[in-house]
Design a protein around this ligand. Structure first.
Ligand code: SF4
Length: 236
């Protein structure tokens, strides 16, 4: 039996959460118009060393991953995107899957997160991707960033269109001011961003979830990395 040890009240997407700054609206607009820019994004990511597979629909991306990943040990970097795609359940039918968002009866988040670092395949998402081909993630515990960098045979980044920004600067801004506050609110932690929900306050809260910021300028050496782009909003 598994329990969801990390997911708290769910939220859908930024537009549902009254994030009202002009910058946020601008970035949401870029996300919605990303279909027009997907060719540029794919070119940028490929020139940064990634293999890229693009899907118009989430269901097609799920089918693809379900065919690609078979009889493997699979770790997840806890991600709302993967939860929305139900990949824990689907891949779990023919793989050995560990996910910090689905802990066993007597397992803690940290125990499961450590197991995820020693699998053949690792799946996660990012907080933002720029049209110029950089990926950005903010992490509190470090399991998501650590798992995405080293030690696996293959890493998949699964990214919905809502994460797309024009520049690296915008991607960092989105990670800090949209993704992190939404995550804080989802987790129900005591931070000013979770309370107000509109931006990062660079807090000193003991429950702060922004302890490291990772910019993936290019694919890490000696590891296979595939970016799965989905032209639907996924995750935060
Ligand atoms: S640094 Fe603090 S206020 Fe800013 S997004 Fe992270 S948790 Fe929220």
């Amino acid at each position: 039996m598994v329990k969801q040890c990390w997911i708290l009240p769910s939220v859908s997407h930024p537009e549902d959460l009254a994030i009202v700054s002009g910058k946020a609206k601008e970035l949401q607009l870029i996300g919605r118009e990303a279909k027009m820019n997907s060719k540029k994004l794919i070119r940028s990511l490929e020139s940064n060393g990634y293999s890229v597979t693009y899907f118009e629909r989430k269901a097609s991306a799920v089918d693809y991953l379900n065919n690609e990943i078979d009889q493997k040990t699979v770790g997840f970097g806890d991600s709302g995107t993967l939860v929305e795609m139900k990949l824990f359940e689907i891949l779990g039918e023919h793989n050995s899957v560990v996910d910090p968002q689905h802990c066993g009866e007597n397992e803690s988040f940290l125990e499961v997160a450590k197991k995820c670092l020693a699998t053949e395949v690792f799946l996660t998402s990012v907080n933002a991707v720029s049209e110029t081909g950089e990926l950005v993630n903010i992490d509190g515990t470090g399991n998501r960033i650590a798992g995405s960098l080293f030690g696996h045979k293959k890493v998949y980044f699964v990214i919905g269109v809502n994460k797309l920004t024009a520049t690296l600067e915008d991607a960092i801004w989105r990670a800090k001011n949209i993704a992190a506050p939404l995550n804080a609110r989802r987790l129900g932690i005591r931070t000013p961003c979770a309370h107000k929900g509109n931006r990062c306050y660079d807090c000193s809260s003991p429950e702060r979830i922004c302890n490291g910021l990772m910019i993936y300028y290019k694919k890490m050496s000696n590891i296979e990395v595939e970016v799965i782009l989905v032209d639907e909003a996924l995750g935060l």
